[in-house]
Design a protein around this ligand. Structure first.
Ligand SMILES: C[S@@+](CC[C@H](N)C(=O)[O-])C[C@H]1O[C@@H](n2cnc3c(N)ncnc32)[C@H](O)[C@@H]1O
Length: 461
């Protein structure tokens, strides 16, 4: 049952006719989508690989999104485990779509978990650029990191910080920032009735205070001339247009058109909001679009980018990897990944990490770092053991010893079982692939010893 106060608010915003259509949309089931991970595959290639049961149809507002049959479970398909796509609510694909991602950018996703939009930004950015994904809630960081790893992202640091704590290290550093703000979630009522249970009529007001505070912090983190995309999955003007209007009144920003295409608009009645804000921001209405409620705004900071002051922190646990430290890794590299090169190598405890190009160890000093870029592997006694993250970030032809799994073998592998291939392979590390895409490592010596991380193993299909 929709909350009464929510219904009254929607009636005021939409007017009686449109409100009735809006209410009717709650009789339909929510749409389900997946988004192609461009780091591995594009939408057309993905559609060819997907089973027919998906009934794949393009989502109009992103070049990567596909609607799928709502009965299907995309998290139970091989392509999920090879990181070819991310299951994502279709409207949730708009904020990262609105963010202008350019080669070489340093981008912050401030409210990142579980990582739908983070992984979308990474997919748009490719390898040339640097990403910081931050999540304030500690127990949400694990799932974010898991998604980042599965999608094969190489250039992201994952932090678990309160936004304000980032200012010391990253003052006016970011080219772009996504603020997918914590909100009252009114747009998710159809998809998830638990959100209705958590709702109270004063939620929009309290959320808007938090949202304005977050934007104040974001201003300090963004370069002059940089851009913010602000989004919520709620309908309340208090958390959407009014947060943006208030911010524009206080700070030197220009409101940009979101540039989103393929979205059907609805005329709304929101008192005390300037027409420019209604025109340039985007709302997704479920009665005229195949997606849940969402709001997106895009802002450009005034001023010209100046010189970035280098961070002087020295208190860091990351040590630059010297030639001597790298002997075992270099042996591994020349045998298995001779064409792959990492240039920003650091050691943390026994782990070898490649930091994103624009990030130095001093940038991470004093912060709660969950992962500092791509973990390549671990130094063990006289040998280097590659990590699962490395496996997921590679292309099949970048590894010299690979084995293509049958579907039965894939499920056995994901369960943690040993494999007994009929063909003879080269002894040592082997990159296991399905449909030509890596799913993890094994180690061959007559049989394939399973190196799929214990925490990721599945016990039934
Ligand atoms: C809408 S969710 C983010 C969803 C995510 N962007 C995605 O696409 O998967 C909002 C996130 O903001 C976090 N959050 C809550 N309070 C916050 C605060 N004061 N500052 C920053 N983030 C906060 C929540 O833990 C939550 O993960």
């Amino acid at each position: 049952m929709l909350p009464l106060e929510f219904k009254q608010q929607m009636q005021e915003i939409l007017g009686e006719d449109e409100y009735q259509k809006f209410l009717k949309s709650y009789e339909l089931s929510p749409n389900k989508g997946i988004r192609a991970n461009r780091l591995k595959i594009d939408r057309d290639q993905l559609k060819e690989l997907l089973p027919e049961i998906f009934e794949a149809q393009d989502i109009p507002w992103t070049p990567d999104g596909i609607y799928i049959n709502p009965e299907e479970r995309p998290g139970k398909q091989p392509g999920y485990y090879t990181g070819l796509y991310y299951p994502q609510e279709p409207s949730a694909m708009t904020p990262a779509q609105a963010l202008d991602v350019e080669e070489g950018d340093l981008i912050l996703d401030l409210c990142a978990a579980p990582g739908g939009k983070s992984t979308q930004i990474a997919s748009k950015l490719g390898d040339n650029g640097s990403l910081i994904f931050n999540e304030i809630v500690k127990n949400r960081v694990g799932i974010l990191a898991e998604n980042v790893e599965r999608m094969g992202i190489k250039n992201a640091v994952i932090l678990n910080e309160h936004p304000e704590r980032l200012i010391k290290n990253f003052k006016e550093r970011f080219d772009k920032i996504l603020v997918d703000a914590p909100c009252s979630g009114e747009g998710m009522f159809r998809k998830d009735s638990a959100v209705i249970d958590e709702y109270s009529p004063d939620r929009p007001e309290s959320c808007s205070v938090k949202q304005s505070k977050i934007l104040e912090t974001v201003d300090k983190l963004l370069k002059p001339g940089g851009e913010i995309v602000y989004s919520t999955c709620t309908f309340s003007p208090l958390e959407n247009e009014l947060v943006i209007q208030d911010f524009l009144d206080k700070y030197d920003y220009e409101l940009l058109d979101t540039g989103l295409e393929g979205i059907n608009d609805v005329k709304v009645n929101i008192p005390n909001v300037r027409s420019e804000i209604l025109e340039k921001t985007t709302r997704i209405w479920p009665q005229v679009n195949e997606g849940e409620g969402h709001f997106v705004a895009k802002l450009k900071k005034g001023g010209m980018p100046g010189r970035i002051k280098k961070n002087k922190n020295r208190n860091t646990n990351l040590k630059r990897a010297g030639k001597k430290d790298l002997t075992d890794y270099n042996n591994f590299r020349s045998k298995y990944i001779p064409e792959v090169d990492y240039r920003n190598l650091y050691i943390y405890q026994d782990k070898l990490i490649n930091l994103p190009e624009a990030i130095g160890p001093e940038d991470l000093a004093g912060l709660k770092v969950h992962s500092a870029g791509l973990e390549l592997g671990e130094f063990k006694k006289n040998r280097f053991e590659p990590s699962h993250s490395l496996a997921m970030s590679l292309k099949k032809d970048e590894f010299t010893n690979t084995y293509e799994l049958s579907e039965d073998e894939l499920w056995s592998y994901l369960k943690g079982e040993e494999l007994k291939p009929e063909t003879v392979l080269d002894r040592g590390w082997v990159l296991l692939c399905y449909d030509g895409y890596p799913v993890g490592f094994g180690k061959y010596s007559g049989t394939i010893k399973n190196k799929y991380p214990k925490g990721l193993r599945i016990y039934k299909k």
